[in-house]
Design a protein around this ligand. Structure first.
Ligand code: FE2
Length: 433
């Protein structure tokens, strides 16, 4: 007896009429036609009829700040909307944080995430606080959400690991307490030289402790901010290929084209992962420009063409840097698609991968995917393919974790009352049902 049978699904790779059999939290069979004939379907405690709609592995967010989320307006709003005022505002908020309030906000965000089919998040946690209050809170949240959401934590020295007194010590303590990944923010150190020194020291620490690296890197419009070059070089020197992520890399938007033509192969050689954060990059970068205003997002199509995997992250939801957002990775993918002008068929498809398979690889998620042996984590979307899912920010009709439906949403449709016209629209187009 199966625990769950999903029938008549479309998979992101285009296979149709697919059945997914689940037992003991794992996928045991994926086959076209499985369960299509109800009379011949294998016995299952629960059957989820996908009705020809898309069933995807869950969304994954490779870049988030869960210690700051849902704090919008505390203790005041970011009046200028700039990155630097956001960082200053976070500095004002930090002394006012309490363990319980941090836990409560993070858990509330995880509820939103689950409802959106977002079941794995890599969150940076600020370690520039001698009390390590946020670290303790998010470690507790990580334990509490583990049954339904994978939370991976990055030790993030927001004020600069060399610049902020005690930050190195705090960062190593946070890692010892159970934080997973080594973070950094080289462009926020006092000088270019100090930034490069921070990259070298942090990568060495990661190599010594066998950890992954994920640095906020070159998050500015300064074409001369080239810490990603040091990050790639250190990755190769220390043998960390495939274990290092450069987040943001917004300065690449503004770099000289010749220099980028040299940089891209270096990033590929280091097997660096890249995370762009389109909602945040498009709003925080270009703030010193008049017109034309730069978009500020890194060079996503060019990175992909060079063989560098790129994920799209949410980064912020209702916090000192961004007053909007709702944990919807399809909104993130849609913004990334538009900002990078990725409207070609394959490019649009890559934007779906940028919020599913690519970030899953960055996090090193175990058993991710729709294949036998994978964990039975699935999302049934009210769309017929990945591009339609992005176009419609499709409703998550059902979210499955380890074989159990843990969230449902109604389809998005509007009732019409116009003589001679259909009774409702669902925005899927004419004659395609
Ligand atoms: Fe960030």
């Amino acid at each position: 007896m199966l625990d769950l049978l999903v029938r008549n699904a479309v998979l992101p790779d285009g296979r149709r009429g697919v059945g997914i059999a689940v037992k003991d939290g794992r996928i045991v069979e994926v086959r076209e036609g499985l369960g299509l004939d109800v009379a011949a379907a294998p016995a299952a405690r629960e059957v989820l009829d996908a009705q020809g709609l898309l069933v995807s592995p869950p969304f994954v967010d490779a870049h988030f700040h869960m210690d700051a989320t849902l704090s919008h307006g505390l203790p005041r709003v970011n009046a200028s909307g700039t990155l630097l005022e956001g960082i200053a505002l976070w500095g004002e908020l930090k002394p006012l944080l309490t363990h319980d309030a941090l836990v409560e906000r993070a858990l509330a965000y995880c509820d939103w995430a689950v409802a959106r089919g977002l079941l794995a998040i890599r969150s940076h946690v600020d370690v520039c606080d001698a009390r390590l209050l946020a670290v303790q809170a998010l470690l507790e949240v990580k334990r509490r959400v583990a049954p339904y959401l994978d939370l991976q934590l990055v030790a993030f020295p927001q004020d600069g690991v060399l610049r902020a007194p005690g930050a190195w010590d705090n960062l190593t303590r946070a890692l010892a307490m159970g934080v997973d990944v080594v973070g950094g923010i080289p462009h926020f150190e006092r000088t270019m030289a100090a930034g490069a020194e921070s990259v070298r020291a942090l990568c060495a620490l990661a190599a010594e402790q066998g950890r992954l690296v994920d640095m906020h890197c070159d998050e500015s419009d300064d074409p001369h901010s080239r810490h990603v070059e040091t990050l790639a070089a250190e990755t190769v020197r220390l043998g960390l290929q495939g274990r290092v992520t450069g987040s943001h890399l917004t300065s690449m938007h503004s770099m000289d084209n010749y220099y980028v033509s040299k940089l891209l192969p270096l990033l590929a050689e280091a097997r660096l992962h890249v995370v762009a954060n389109p909602l945040i990059n498009i709003t925080l970068q270009g703030r010193h420009d008049t017109y034309p205003k730069r978009r500020g997002m890194t060079r996503v199509p060019e990175l992909l063409a060079a063989g560098v995997p790129v994920a799209f992250g949410h980064d912020c939801v209702m916090d000192p840097w961004y007053p909007l957002g709702s944990g919807d990775m399809l909104e993130v993918a849609a913004m990334g698609l538009h900002v990078a002008q990725m409207t070609g068929t394959e490019a649009m498809r890559a934007c779906f991968d940028a919020v599913t398979t690519i970030p899953a690889r960055i996090l090193g998620l175990d058993g991710y995917g729709v294949a036998p042996g994978c964990r039975a984590d699935l999302v049934l979307l009210d769309a017929r393919d990945p591009v339609e899912a992005i176009r419609l920010r499709a409703a998550r009709l059902a979210v499955v974790r380890a074989g159990r439906v843990i969230a449902t949403s109604p389809p998005s449709r509007a009732a019409l009352d116009i003589p001679g016209r259909p009774a409702f629209v669902d925005f899927k187009g004419v004659g395609l049902e």
